[in-house]
Design a protein around this ligand. Structure first.
Ligand SMILES: CC(C)(COP(=O)(O)OP(=O)(O)OC[C@H]1O[C@@H](n2cnc3c(N)ncnc32)[C@H](O)[C@@H]1OP(=O)(O)O)[C@@H](O)C(=O)NCCC(=O)NCCS
Length: 170
């Protein structure tokens, strides 16, 4: 799994010492509302066990999960998951204090390039809640196309949500 350095951030694997900054930055209702699998409140123990699992998950079968490191803190996360044959799903989140600076658009481009060029993927897709305009913008700016509306595709805490399906093809 490569480490990708840019001027503003580094994409690198998670490590044990990340638990506190992961917990601090991900524990945000706005992040919870806009994602399917991130819990709220998010606990420090949740962060520890997530990191443990992600440290074992660094291959095609388990997916690739990078920390977005800014000043040695976990400012966010991005991953290629559910890799099946030539396709994979992309997912990401960023600490609120860094929103609106183009960081995720750059991170998505780097991870997509890795997926296409190194993993030889042909299709990378994302599910986005229909109300999540910021994430749709990130995908649009990264060259993803909206492929459709998936009614009640996501289930969270007994409620159903509509998703847009976005994909980028090589
Ligand atoms: C989605 C998220 C990762 C975006 O990260 P980011 O680094 O702020 O993204 P960028 O700055 O690269 O791009 C965001 C774009 O959305 C725009 N935007 C933000 N909020 C918006 C809104 N409510 N309506 C329309 N556009 C919006 C920004 O202006 C920006 O576009 P611009 O560059 O043309 O100005 C971040 O908001 C986040 O972590 N959200 C919560 C978790 C989440 O939604 N994860 C994705 C699940 S699919």
């Amino acid at each position: 799994m490569p480490i990708i350095k840019t001027k503003e951030f580094t994409l690198r694997p998670f490590r044990k010492e990340d638990a506190f900054s992961l917990f601090k930055n991900i524990n945000n209702k706005k992040i919870y509302r806009n994602t399917l699998r991130i819990k709220y409140p998010y606990t420090i123990n949740g962060a520890r066990s997530w990191i443990k699992r992600s440290m074992k998950a660094r291959n095609r079968k388990s997916g690739f999960k990078w920390a977005i490191d800014i000043n040695s803190e976990v400012a966010g996360g991005i991953g290629l998951v559910r890799i099946e044959g030539h396709q994979a799903e992309i997912g990401y989140w960023l600490a609120e204090k860094y929103w609106g600076q183009g960081i995720m658009t750059r991170a998505v481009r780097l991870v997509v390039n890795y997926g296409f060029n190194r993993l030889k993927l042909k299709r990378i897709f994302a599910y986005v809640f229909t109300f999540n305009k910021a994430s749709q913008k990130v995908l649009f700016k990264s060259g993803f196309k909206k492929e459709g509306l998936l009614k009640k595709h996501a289930e969270k805490n007994g409620k159903y949500y509509d998703d847009y399906l976005y994909a980028k093809i090589k």
